[in-house]
Design a protein around this ligand. Structure first.
Ligand code: GLA
Length: 353
């Protein structure tokens, strides 16, 4: 196991580094301190051959300018907040509007666009990268100083885990996630439609045209959102089904079946036949935004090695709370009280078959 640190550029006078952590199988992850973004993830196929299974850019400038939140840590509140507006303890807050008439992924400069402090160590059977950022009270108009500590771990069994911890000095709202785009055949392999996916989710959240939840929680039964039996992502990719027509594909919160020990078994299993790669997702979070890369079409920002972006060439599994929770009484809680400790963990575990 080893960890390598190199400079990746500079933003607003601040140095950005890239950490590459490698385990004995040859699997490795590279993470930049800008947005804590996963830039590269090498995983073996069934022959032991490594491929990079995540999208990302070669240069820091693309990370700072492009939309799409490649690989990044997302917050304070991931996903959309309707009209960027919410009320907390009787006080109204107006956030920056950066997506149609709504606020997306933390606002104008969310955690995806901050330079995080970093410390890396080999520890037991894992390479560990600790990232720290303190979001000042009132940043992006959110209340409370929010202290964040995110830990990426790559373990000898080819699992990448992310643990998010947060604490505030004033009641606030949070929804932390990661926005990595996966393609298990390798990011430069075209469409994801042949990936097979199973998901332990029995309902999903339809949205309006601005991708804001309508408030309905709809059972997946008889819809393209039913992944309770493994199927190819492309099988029911049906743009005539209204929720998918609105979003241009899958871009919805899927709600996991309630289980006593959510980490006891994977919530999602994705496999890709040509490479044999399998990715299991374990999480303490109650939901996941399944996003099929419906906006991956920015010609100006090609991926690593100049590979062009393409619609549905990668997918995100953004584990989280329900989107826009603060504006829906029937949704999961997203508030964090002063002094309360928030912690959540998601593991992306790789194997082959
Ligand atoms: C999230 C959203 C998508 C899109 C991407 C970024 O996954 O749900 O609608 O905005 O982020 O492109």
């Amino acid at each position: 196991m080893n960890i390598e640190k190199r400079p990746f550029g500079e933003v607003c006078g601040k140095q950005v580094d890239i950490y590459t952590m490698t385990v004995d199988s040859g699997a490795s992850v590279s993470i930049i301190t800008f947005g804590g973004a996963v830039n590269k993830l090498l995983m073996p196929d069934r022959e032991g051959k490594l491929a990079d299974v995540v999208c990302g850019y070669d240069d820091l400038k693309s990370y700072t300018e492009a939309a799409g939140y490649q690989g990044a840590l997302i917050g304070r509140v991931g996903n959309r907040i309707g009209k960027g507006r919410f009320t907390l303890d009787g006080k109204q807050y107006q956030l920056y509007i950066n997506n149609g008439e709504n606020s997306l992924h933390g606002g104008k400069v969310g955690f995806s666009h901050k330079v995080w402090d970093a410390e890396a160590n080999v520890c037991g059977d894992a390479c560990v990268l600790d990232l720290y950022y303190t979001s000042p009270d009132g940043e992006e108009n959110y209340p409370g100083t929010l202290k964040l500590h995110v830990t990426y771990k790559l373990t000898q069994d080819n699992a990448l885990s992310i643990t998010y911890r947060a604490e505030t000095d004033k009641k606030t709202i949070i929804n932390l996630t990661n926005h990595t785009y996966f393609n298990l055949a390798g990011f430069a392999s075209g469409k994801i439609f042949d990936h097979e996916m199973w998901m332990d989710a029995d309902s999903f959240i339809p949205t309006d045209k601005g991708l804001i939840p309508t408030g309905e929680i709809r059972a997946v039964d008889g819809t393209p959102f039913d992944f309770r039996e493994a199927k190819k992502i492309g099988r029911d990719f049906d743009l005539s089904y209204e929720p998918m027509a609105i979003a241009g594909g899958y871009d919805h919160c899927m709600n996991f079946v309630k289980r006593e020990q959510p980490m006891g078994a994977p919530r999602i299993v994705v496999s890709e036949q040509s490479s044999g790669r399998v990715m299991e997702v374990y999480t303490t979070e109650p939901c996941v935004q399944f996003y099929s890369g419906n906006f991956l079409n920015s010609a100006q920002y090609p991926f690593k090695g100049g590979y062009p972006q393409g619609l549905q060439n990668a997918f995100c599994l953004e584990t989280q709370r329900m989107p826009d929770s603060i504006n829906h009484e029937n949704f999961t809680d997203c508030t964090l009280d002063a002094g309360e400790k928030f912690e959540s963990t998601t593991i992306y575990k790789f194997s082959v078959k």
